[in-house]
Design a binder for this molecule. Structure first.
Ligand SMILES: Cc1ncc(COP(=O)(O)O)c(C=O)c1O
Length: 475
């Protein structure tokens, strides 16, 4: 039976004496005061050391944790492994995290504290559209960071004006509300729609959204998210929210007839639930119905917007224009930034004081947003996303012919989902161990959402690594 031992060690010599001979520790530089070593005494395999450094001052104790992680064979001698990092205890466990901390990013790669590099096909869940540390992003950070980081929305700020000008220029909207995240954009859009719709009929406050959609974690966003698993433990939801099956016109008509609606929220391409796209007919139907009944049609493009699908906005693929569009994720170049792009019909009912935010539209984030929008809105850039997306999808479809654990490959531009025949958590962990980052989504899907600056060579490498992982599992 395995048994964990702990010892407090006070010097490098003491540590070496206490450890199994095969373990080579990187002791120089960070062994100054006391060390806490934990190891498993019954395992036959060499122990893999990992380190937890608490604080960085000279006097802070350093703690080393030893155990044999499942991926022991993949670690080099002396590497730090943090399968169950002790600092997990410091966080409310809203995320299941393991492994060494990420410390650096460059281009398509993230680097962890072990110096291991990971080909990033998740982009921080569709955020880092220009890759890591893009020179234009770094330059904008430096320039704006040395000028102004916060003033308040009581005043105008130049980067906001430039950014919003670009958003209006490149979209259907005439006015923009700036916030910090996707869920805040959802909240604002719900409020704007209700204020607009209840002017003449105070009962016209209902909101419709669709199964498998995702609109955020705050109460408005959560209430609009028609997935029970996200509601569990948090009921009751906000009153007035209703759900219909995604992409099902007949069933949606029935739910629409039941109430007086202020808004219909829909993702043209659903991200969190595994890259599912609406049919053109469905969005066209929603547009016609909402026009007829004076309902605000809101497209959530938090994940699928800003070039991800190969057009600047996902709804451009369908020829349907909403009344409002929510944006976040990639729009701030890695900094928190969200936006609601509105038609004037909606925004004109909003008065000063009706809504607000201290940090929303932070000038540093807007300066990065300007860089992102300028680059991504270029026709040649978007054509590149489309052709690289088709290439990625094609390569993954070929894999489906080889690996029968793949059920389906779905995608739009560089937003590609591979549905597996079972929960892909282990596959995703194995990909990470192989140096490839991909992201889990609903319906047993592995999401491939690389930075939009990905190259075909990066795609080849990612598909090779993914295939290797699937091949291992088959044996
Ligand atoms: C489509 C969609 N809407 C809203 C959100 C919420 O965004 P945030 O996490 O920035 O609040 C997400 C996040 O995954 C999303 O994918």
């Amino acid at each position: 039976m395995s048994r964990a031992c702990a010892a407090t060690i006070h010097s490098a010599e003491h540590m070496k004496a206490a450890l199994p001979a095969k373990v080579i520790l990187r002791t120089s530089g960070f062994m100054r005061k006391s060390l806490c070593v934990v190891w498993n005494t019954s395992e036959k395999h060499p122990y893999i050391p990992s380190v937890y450094s608490q604080g960085n001052g000279k006097d802070s104790p350093k703690m080393y944790f030893l155990h044999r992680p499942a991926d022991a064979g993949l670690l080099r001698k002396g590497e730090w492994s943090m399968k169950e990092p002790p600092y997990n205890k410091l966080f409310v466990p809203t995320y299941k995290r393991e492994g060494a901390p990420m410390v650096r990013g460059k281009g398509m790669y993230l680097y962890d504290k072990n110096g291991r590099k990971y080909l990033d096909f998740g982009s921080g869940i569709a955020v880092t559209a220009l890759g890591h540390s893009h020179p234009a992003i770094v330059a904008a950070l430096r320039a704006q960071g040395s000028k102004l980081i916060h003033a308040s929305n009581l005043y105008h700020m130049e980067p906001q004006i430039r950014f919003v000008n670009l958003l209006v220029k490149h979209s259907f909207g005439s006015r923009v509300f700036l916030c910090n995240s996707g869920t805040e954009a959802t909240e604002a859009a719900i409020k704007f729609a209700r204020k607009w719709a209840t002017r003449k009929n105070r009962l016209k406050y209902h909101v419709l959204s669709f199964t498998d959609g995702f609109h955020g974690r705050t109460y408005g966003g959560l209430s609009a998210t028609a997935q029970k698993k996200f509601h569990a433990g948090y009921v009751p939801m906000v009153p007035g929210f209703h759900y219909a099956p995604y992409d099902d016109i007949a069933a949606t008509k029935k739910v629409l007839r039941k109430h007086d609606y202020a808004a219909v929220f829909v993702e043209p391409v659903q991200g969190e639930s595994g890259i599912n796209s609406a049919a053109r007919e469905f969005l066209t139907f929603l547009r016609a119905y909402t026009n007829k009944h004076a309902i605000a049609l809101v497209f959530d493009e938090v994940q699928c917007g800003v070039g991800r699908t190969g057009l600047l906005w996902a709804h451009q693929h369908f020829g349907v224009t909403p009344d409002m569009m929510t944006l976040a994720k990639p729009i701030g170049g890695g900094l928190p930034l969200g936006a609601v792009v509105c038609k004037d019909t909606i925004s004109r009912v909003i008065q000063p004081g009706d809504h607000g935010t201290t940090f929303g539209g932070n000038p540093l984030a807007c300066a990065l947003g300007e860089v992102v929008l300028r680059m991504v809105s270029k026709k040649s850039f978007l054509a590149g996303v489309r052709s690289k997306g088709a290439y990625l999808k094609g390569r993954l479809e070929k894999l489906a012919g080889v690996h029968d654990t793949i059920r389906e490959v779905r995608g739009f531009g560089l937003m590609v989902g591979v549905e597996m025949d079972a929960d892909p958590s282990k596959i995703i962990a194995a990909c990470r161990a192989q140096g490839l980052l991909v992201v889990k989504a609903g319906h047993n899907t592995v999401r491939f959402m690389p930075p939009l600056v990905v190259t075909r060579a990066d795609i080849d490498k990612a598909v090779r690594l993914f295939s290797k992982v699937l091949g291992r599992r088959a044996r």
